[in-house]
Every structure is written in C-alpha cells, then in structure tokens.
Design a protein around this ligand. Sequence first.
Ligand code: FE2
Length: 368
Amino acid sequence: MSITSKALPVRDFDYVEFYVGNAKQAAHYYRAVLGFDIKAYQGPETGKRDCASYLVQQGKICFILTSPLSSSSEIAAHIQKHGDGVKDVAFETDDARAAYQTAIERGATSAYEPIELRDEHGVVVKAGIRTYGDTIHSFVERKNYNGIFLPGFVEKASTNGKASYNLGLRAIDHIVGNVGWNEMELWVKFYETVFGFHQFQNFDDKDISTEYSALRSKVMSNPTERIKMPINEPAHGKKKSQIEEYIQFYEGAGVQHIALLTDDIIKTVGDLRARGAEFISVPEAYYDTLTERVPELREPMEELKKENILVDKDEHGYMLQIFTKPVEDRPTLFYEVIQRRGSKSFGKGNFKALFQAIERDQALRGNL
Ligand code: FE2
C-alpha cells in the first residue's frame, strides 16, 4: 500500500455538469426517459448571457445540462471536440478555498480560481481543478446558501405541478473515468497525492478480459468511501479495447459511466425500459449458473432474467447491476443502475459477461 496524503475534506458528489449541444432537449430526455425532474434553470431570461443550464434532479442526484449560446465559447469548443459529455464532477466541501489551495499545493492544475456566487439566498464559493482529459473537479461550498440550487438558478416554473417522474434513482454510487494507454497509474497517483484518496479495490487484465478486448481498472475512494472513482485504461486484446473505442470517439480521456443507486432495481429498470431506456443485454446462459454463484439471492430469477440484470458478490454480500447503451450517438457516456445488498463490488464477476455483450454492439458499429 502506498503512502497517501491527508484526505481533502470533500464529503460527497455535489453535482455533475454536462456540456451538451441542446440542453433544452437533453433535459427532456433526462425527465421523460430517466425520471429526473427539471428543477431549475439559468440562461438569458435570468441574466446569463453566454449559456443556458438546466438542473435535473432525482433523489440526491444533481445533473446540470449546459449549452453555449454562440460558437465562440469554451463550452462550444468542448462539444465540438468531445460531443455531449461530462465537464465537471463537483464535490461538496465545507471550505472550497482551502480545498482548492491544498490541491494546488499538492500539484493540481487550476481550472478556475475561487469565485463567490451570490444572490438573495446567500453565497456559494466554488473553485476548480483539472483532472483527466478536459474534465474538471469543482469544490462547492454551499453552507451559506439556502436557494434552490446555485446563485443564478431559478425554479423551473414550466414543469411545476406536473407529476414527479421519480423512478427510484437516489444517489450516485461511483463515476468511472477512461484514460489513455498506460495512464491509469498516473491518475491513481493524482487521486492519492492531490485528494488523499486510497485504492479501494483492483483487478488486472487477466480478470477483465474477453477474447477481444481488455482493460485495467483501479478504484480510488475517499476515506468514508462515499466518493468512488474507478479509473480504466485500455489493455491489449485480440481486437480493439472498448476503452480505446471510447478514447477515439470522445477524442480523449473522460467520464465513461455514472452508476446510480436504487433500492429496487427490478422496478426501476422496468420503469426505465417502459420509458424507452435501452440496456445492454446479456447472454441467456449467464443465468444458468447464477443460483450456484449467489445462493443467497432474494430476487426472483425470472424477473432478473426478463430485465437482463446482472448479479455479483463479494465477502460482504451481493449486488445487482445493469448498464444502459451509450446515451449519445458517439459511443461514449453510459449509465449503470445498481442496487447493493451488502456487496462493495463493482461487478468484477460480471465483466466477462458484460463485455461480451458490449462487444456485440461494438461489432455492429464496425469498431471491433
Ligand atoms: Fe460501474
């Protein structure tokens, strides 16, 4: 075990901000398909001249969808290069200035210096550092703020009074980054040195490989293990690694998937499917050995099979998970829905079955 710095006092994920081509329409996808409420907005009508942002929320999950209003902005450049994708994985902290200062002293590169955002509901202090690719981490200090989200955002009146779409997604479990060839250790060190995170669990390419593609992955976590950030790098296989496909289409490193927690995965996934969400399917044979692998399984086998839900276990218990197809035309970001019954696993035992399924889709796109 390597020596890690004292952990930065970041408690939890605060929000994830996406730069997207059309935030107005993306917000409705998140609402109609994934069950988020469109809670707040900022844009020209609220005095923001250069971009428009929608806060979509479900349980504790806060996503900001932001679009530029002209071609001459850093947001437009990000979208031109990467397509729609994650810009900012923001963390909640009690002192954004101190977190930022410590991170910079430990070698992080600044994304933006501390700023105070104010409105009649108080003040939020934010500062940001860079991580892999063009992705950043903001530190968000909201202890002196009691508005709806962040200063500048106003409640989105047009969706008030409509039934909540909540599908049971309640919090972010983990956020996975894909980095380039042989870059995983560099980013592991970054999270150790700058954040004081520790390595949660690891597996090598012997564990996570199929006949065609492979990856290596390490999971970095804060001391409470509320924040979990797996980092993947491609490994050599017979054909192109799915991580390499991501890097090629995202044109760099970036967030690969966001795992969202539910307490009733069968219901959540059934509801998501009914609304049009598309999931990766698994080979029928996957379920033949499932009761042998996880004898304590409480969920009805037929339901799991019907919804294509995967199950994995470790010494703490078991977990259920499923992956969506990419939510853009570029094969980049996708979602995971996860229910934990004790297990701290990320689904290592499922990787082989999952990758075989992912690779079927990769082959269909002609990228294998
Ligand atoms: Fe995951």
